[in-house]
Design a binder for this molecule. Structure first.
Ligand SMILES: CC(C)(COP(=O)(O)OP(=O)(O)OC[C@H]1O[C@@H](n2cnc3c(N)ncnc32)[C@H](O)[C@@H]1OP(=O)(O)O)[C@@H](O)C(=O)NCCC(=O)NCCS
Length: 203
């Protein structure tokens, strides 16, 4: 099946979380973490204000489905027990021919260290491999972002590269670590992964 044939069915659920499109009334939730310098240290955006968030919500974050390579969807991470927006995840469709994609994740620091990023990213991988039938997913992490490296490892991703000073990033050269997971690896291992992830039901 082609990626473009698929209508997304939201929300995407795991036992503690749901992933859903962002809406205009998420601005204050988004502002509470996307405005923080500590959150932006290793990501390619700067602290955001209300106006920037409104603009994103009207434009790129308004996408509900992937229709062409080069597009990305951003989904809010909602804590099911409270209904609070605690972060967001990104799935980018990088190549139709190679069936490849990239994931990203950002969490509100108030919710760090509870496995929520891993759980949300795991649900997104399930969506990318099992629904969209992508073949290879990557995560690109700046050297020094230890918690993000830990997330990729917990997802079962393999480190494939350490690119040395490959990007001029926020006023300095940074090293990039590239992690990847293949569809076949996902199928072989994701049951074991869900076993150790709180709140990820078997798929
Ligand atoms: C990356 C991010 C999403 C991780 O969130 P999180 O809530 O810490 O993620 P999890 O709880 O699922 O897992 C984090 C793991 O890293 C570990 N960790 C946290 N800080 C660490 C550090 N400085 N060194 C080593 N390990 C660290 C945690 O102990 C945890 O491991 P454990 O489950 O074995 O205890 C979060 O830090 C974030 O939003 N950062 C800002 C945005 C960002 O950098 N996004 C990623 C871009 S690639």
């Amino acid at each position: 099946m082609n990626v473009t044939d698929l209508e997304l069915s939201y929300p995407l659920r795991s036992s503690r979380l749901l992933l859903r499109p962002l809406a205009m009334d998420d601005v204050s939730g988004l502002l509470s973490y996307r405005s923080l310098p500590e959150v932006c240290r290793y990501v390619p955006f700067n602290p955001m204000d209300t106006e920037t968030l409104h603009q994103r919500l009207r434009d790129s974050w308004n996408r509900r489905r992937l229709e062409a390579e080069g597009q990305a969807i951003v989904l809010g991470i909602e804590l099911t027990s409270t209904g609070s927006l605690i972060g967001d995840v990104l799935l980018s469709w990088t190549s139709e021919r190679h069936r490849s994609g990239e994931i990203g994740y950002v969490l509100n620091p108030a919710y760090f260290g509870q496995g929520f990023a891993t759980e949300a990213a795991h649900r997104l991988l399930h969506y990318a491999f099992d629904d969209l039938q992508l073949h290879r997913i990557v995560a690109r992490v700046i050297l020094g972002n230890h918690s993000s490296v830990k997330v990729t490892m917990k997802l079962g991703m393999r480190q494939e590269a350490h690119l040395v000073e490959n990007e001029w990033f926020k006023g300095r050269w940074i090293d990039e670590l590239d992690f990847a997971l293949l569809e076949s690896e996902w199928r072989n291992s994701h049951k074991a992964t869900t076993d150790v992830l709180p709140g990820c039901p078997p798929h």
